[in-house]
Design a protein around this ligand. Structure first.
Ligand code: DGY
Length: 287
């Protein structure tokens, strides 16, 4: 059996693959993304592919892989980079990494929420640039979490979006990107939010209309936004959202703890190895 791994993996997952008998692994052994041409060449004739969320696995990649390809294991819980319809049509199985990154992502969501609503980035900047001249009663005031209503899109009971926007002091988006959620946080959504409310997104950038978010922030329709995900990623450094003081943007680090990324790599490696042997995977995506 032959597999292609499209990125250097965290230590524990890499060790599992290195120790796997009966399987030859070819790898793009770099922290940097694989060029498309290398991915197309690397996957040719392979039985398995272990990829990351920045690899677009579409018809072109599947055609380049050819009929041997039986298993795709992604080092992510999100699967919006995979053309699932085409994958299903070809009888390819998919492994992914749910649950193990939930805690790390939840921590990051809370950190981003607090940093955004209490304006931490702006405040640090003021210390560095000499803007901190004295303690002042209203300087650097933000909105506190205590006693507020936090609306979470992607958790628990389904509340109509409009109601969630209207009732919440903070809106946190954690849902997956699907055709149904694409662009769902748009002009209408932001116009229903309170002027004092704060918007947080740790799911996928394309859930949000970034043009509408920009207008909502500039016009004061909402107070601030914190994003861990954007569209595209990376966000170009001259993007209008980056010019706003009331918008804090992180480089998709929701699951970025050493322990979590290691656990993800172990699960992704085990999914790949089980799939190659035709066994049941620890985490298989139902297709
Ligand atoms: C995922 O696994 O889909 C996450 O976005 C990575 O942080």
């Amino acid at each position: 059996m032959q597999a292609f791994v499209s990125r250097r993996l965290p230590r524990e997952g890499a060790a599992l693959l290195a120790a796997a008998g009966g399987c030859s692994i070819q790898q793009w052994d770099s922290d940097e993304p694989i060029p498309r041409s290398e991915l197309l060449a690397g996957v040719a004739g392979k039985h398995g592919l272990l990829c990351v969320l920045s690899d677009r696995v579409d018809k072109e990649v599947l055609d380049a892989a050819g009929p041997n390809l039986k298993i795709i294991s992604t080092l992510s819980v999100g699967v919006d980079h995979l053309d699932l319809e085409e994958i299903k049509k070809r009888g390819i199985r998919v492994g992914y990494t749910p649950d193990i990154l939930t805690d790390a992502t939840a921590e990051l969501s809370v950190a981003l929420l607090l940093a955004t609503c209490r304006r931490l980035l702006e405040a640090v900047e003021e210390v560095k640039n000499g803007g901190w001249t004295s303690w002042k009663p209203l300087w650097m005031c933000g909105y506190g979490l205590s006693g507020s209503t936090v609306g979470i899109i992607g958790l628990g009971r389904i509340v109509p979006l409009t109601k969630l926007a209207e009732k919440s002091d903070f809106v946190v988006v954690t849902c997956s990107l699907t055709p149904g959620t694409k662009g769902m946080c748009n002009k209408d959504f932001f116009s229903r939010m309170k002027k004092t409310s704060v918007f947080i997104n740790t799911s996928r950038g394309a859930v949000v209309s970034q043009e509408d978010l920009y207008q909502a922030l500039v016009s004061g329709q909402i107070a601030a936004a914190g994003l861990d995900v954007t569209s595209p990623e990376p966000l170009p450094t001259d993007h209008p959202l980056l010019s706003l003081k009331n918008c804090m943007i992180l480089p998709h680090i929701g699951s970025a703890t050493y322990a979590t990324r290691n656990a993800m790599s172990v699960l992704a490696a085990n999914n790949l190895l089980a799939g190659l042997k035709g066994e049941s995977m620890p985490s298989e995506l139902p297709l």
